[in-house]
Design a protein around this ligand. Structure first.
Ligand code: HEC
Length: 182
């Protein structure tokens, strides 16, 4: 069960995200999740909790998405070594401060589409599977700066006016820290 640790991690951070939803909606949603799980569940409570978390997360991100745009949150990178010039390779990989900051920045700016804890609910790619090499560093930076717009449709917004480059590398460091091999 490679995925279980990620699901459990995600479950831990689920609470703050479910809070803004109207309280009366929550119990039925949860029972629906469990009803869907019932036929396939085995009796292992950890697996059950992990699956419930994934189902609830998918629902949470779908609701967040349906509620439209969330204002992008600027990221305070003052605790990271500043960059003198733009770079094409992640300068913070493995840096615990960057990973912590990146996790928070990700959950505020990216999770509504890419999933809490980077576990995708299916709306946008699951970024845990992105390769961790340098060409992907470069691709990642470009994608976050420019977003994904095709035929006038914005699939992903551009973040170049929101984030300093340091913030982008912090998020990249976080995603590398939760990387899963395909
Ligand atoms: C509004 C939803 C949305 C938000 C918010 C969003 N993304 Fe995306 N992202 C997408 C979608 C949809 C795609 C797939 C785009 C496509 O089809 O070209 C994508 C693609 C990507 C890719 C390319 C993945 C690949 O496998 O090629 C990266 C990297 C990425 N996003 C990073 C981020 C990061 C980091 C953030 C937060 C700073 C973010 N995204 C915020 C929707 C979003």
């Amino acid at each position: 069960m490679l995925r279980a640790p990620f699901s459990i991690h995600a479950a831990a951070s689920l609470a703050p995200f479910t809070l803004p939803f109207p309280a009366p909606l929550r119990p039925p949603e949860l029972s629906i999740s469990f009803a869907i799980l019932e036929p396939t569940m085995n009796r292992n409570p950890i697996k059950l909790a992990a699956r419930a978390a994934v189902t609830a997360l998918g629902f949470a991100s779908a609701v967040a998405f349906a509620h439209g745009d969330v204002t992008p949150q600027a990221v305070d990178t003052s605790k990271l070594p500043p960059l003198a010039a733009p770079v094409d390779k992640n300068p913070y990989v493995g840096n615990p401060e960057a990973i912590k900051l990146g996790s928070s920045a990700f959950n505020q700016n990216c999770a509504r589409c890419h999933g809490l804890g980077a576990v995708s609910g299916g709306i946008a790619p699951d970024l845990r599977y992105l390769p961790t090499d340098q060409p992907t560093d470069e691709y990642f930076k470009g994608k976050v700066q420019n977003g994904a717009v095709r035929n006038g449709v914005t699939y992903m917004p551009a973040f170049k006016d929101v984030f300093k480059e340091e913030a982008i590398w912090a998020i990249r460091s976080y995603l590398v820290s939760v990387h899963v091999e395909d």
